[in-house]
Design a binder for this molecule. Structure first.
Ligand SMILES: *Cc1c(COP(=O)(O)O)cnc(C)c1O
Length: 462
């Protein structure tokens, strides 16, 4: 299996190379050269399998000869061993024809654990073989950083530095980053906003001397291996509701478009998905684009669903590439126009997008009301992101096709917003009930590239 860039000017890579590289050298995103097909009988045979075995069968065609079957099975087993639910991604029913896919039973209580835990084990296995060490540097508004620190803590071949905006992440998110005791993971509280953290990370990647000296690597949501890990639960949940004999639809709380793009890949592999519905908060650039064709960023308004507060949705580039019939030049041109302020999707490409995707936008008020109403009607306490999914899904229910809404985080990760909306305080799950008592380890840093680079060099030289 080979991987190509959406912008057509980067080297063609293997799975392992694409995983270790993340972003293509031409600025594009990697995709498999062709999408493997999963025949109906193989999909039906997933019914009743442990999550790990289903994951192995679904992902196997993508990894080529990067790992033997036994190695890959061990990697998957280690990745999901720390989940607090035996089913890993259980489905519960909310209403007739409406189901919730609970993706928050991983170690940091958000769906990002599915991809990050796997990528941690993939990196470790690959680097142990080559003898190389890497230094992962990332910026986070909360969920990605905590998932990365948990996934890489204690691994031998990797150091991890996460920059987060000091004072601007939730207490649960901060503690998940600051309490792991392993000395290969480092939470750096930076002066400034998330955008500042992101900008310093970009600077480090553009500082080639530094980049080579420390072996910089990225694991942000454009990494193909993360998308791939997320394809699995579309299959397992659909099969539990009758696929492939029956079609299903999905509603996905969306920010960077990584999670819902995994659903699109599942559909292309042969899973009978009717609709893929993008649910956005008030930062609704994707909803506006899918409605009218214009993709014009206009500034982030902070919301109670902060993991979806985005201005530019990076994985959307992959969907555009497919909608333009895999035309890399057309994709590269759109991305150039984006740098100059925005672009308009062609009529043909917009129709192609709409063959798979619908969309909806949810206000802050509607989000709170959905948390409250769902609690009253079902006893399920939703996090604000999941509530946005549920609200949009309810507007797209049809009698014949079951709807599966992705619950992307545990309510206890966003306790203040959940309690304000519902009057219920969401308790932390038992396995992290002592989070507030654990010792924290935080390094405060200024918004100063040179100082941050020096700190990283000192820490990894230890
Ligand atoms: C990251 C995140 C999202 C958005 O997912 P994308 O893949 O970026 O679209 C939604 N909800 C939660 C809780 C998240 O952490």
């Amino acid at each position: 299996m080979k991987y190509i860039s959406t912008r057509g000017k980067a080297p063609i890579l293997t799975f392992e190379e694409a995983m270790l590289t993340g972003l293509a050298r031409d600025g594009g995103l990697y995709l498999p050269e062709s999408i493997p097909q999963m025949p109906s009988a193989e999909i039906a045979a997933l019914a009743g399998l442990p999550y790990e075995e289903a994951a192995f069968r679904i992902m196997r065609p993508y990894i080529g000869d990067a790992f033997t079957d036994t190695e890959f099975q061990d990697i998957i087993a280690r990745a999901y061993a720390g989940f607090a639910h035996a089913a890993r991604a259980p489905v519960v029913q909310l209403a007739p024809g409406h189901h919730l896919l609970e993706l928050f039973h991983g170690p940091t209580l958000a769906f990002k654990d599915f991809a990050m835990q796997l990528i941690g084990q993939l990196f470790e296995a690959s680097l142990k073989r080559s003898g190389n060490r890497v230094c992962i540097v990332g910026a986070t508004s909360g969920d990605t950083g905590s998932a990365a620190i948990d996934a890489f803590r204690g691994l031998e071949m990797v150091d991890v530095f996460i920059l987060y905006p000091n004072g601007r992440v939730s207490e649960v998110q901060r503690r998940q980053m600051s309490t792991p005791a392993e000395d290969n993971v480092h939470a750096l509280a930076m002066t400034g906003h998330f955008d500042d953290c992101q900008a310093r990370v970009k600077d480090m990647f553009n500082d080639f001397a530094f980049r080579d000296e420390v072996g910089l690597a990225g694991v942000n949501s454009i990494n193909w291996a993360r998308v791939l890990a997320q394809v699995v639960y579309y299959f397992t949940s659909a099969v539990s509701l009758g696929a492939p004999q029956r079609e299903v639809s999905f509603t996905v709380p969306t920010g960077n478009f990584g999670d819902i793009f995994a659903g699109y890949i599942a559909k292309r592999m042969g899973l009978p998905i009717d609709r893929l519905i993008v649910a956005t908060n008030q930062n609704d650039i994707l909803h506006r684009c899918l409605s009218g064709g214009d993709y014009i960023p206009d500034g982030v308004i902070p919301s109670i669903s902060p993991s979806m507060d985005i201005q530019v949705s990076s994985n959307f580039e992959r969907a555009l590439f497919e909608a333009y019939g895999r035309d890399a030049n057309a994709t590269a041109q759109l991305m150039d126009e984006l740098k100059a302020g925005g672009f308009t999707v062609s009529q043909g490409a917009l129709e192609a997008l709409r063959e798979s995707f619908d969309s909806g936008r949810v206000s802050e008020e509607e989000t709170r009301a959905t948390i409250q109403r769902t609690w009253n009607e079902t006893g399920e306490l939703l996090c604000p992101h999941s509530a946005i999914g549920v609200h949009v899904a309810e507007q797209h229910l049809t009698p014949d096709v079951p709807m599966i809404t992705l619950a992307t985080a545990h309510p206890a990760k966003f306790p203040a917003a959940v309690e304000e909306a519902s009057g219920q305080h969401p308790p932390l799950p038992l396995h992290m009930a002592d989070l507030y008592e654990r010792a924290e380890r935080i390094t405060e840093v200024d918004n100063d590239l040179g100082a941050i680079e020096t700190l990283i060099k000192d820490r990894i030289a230890r």
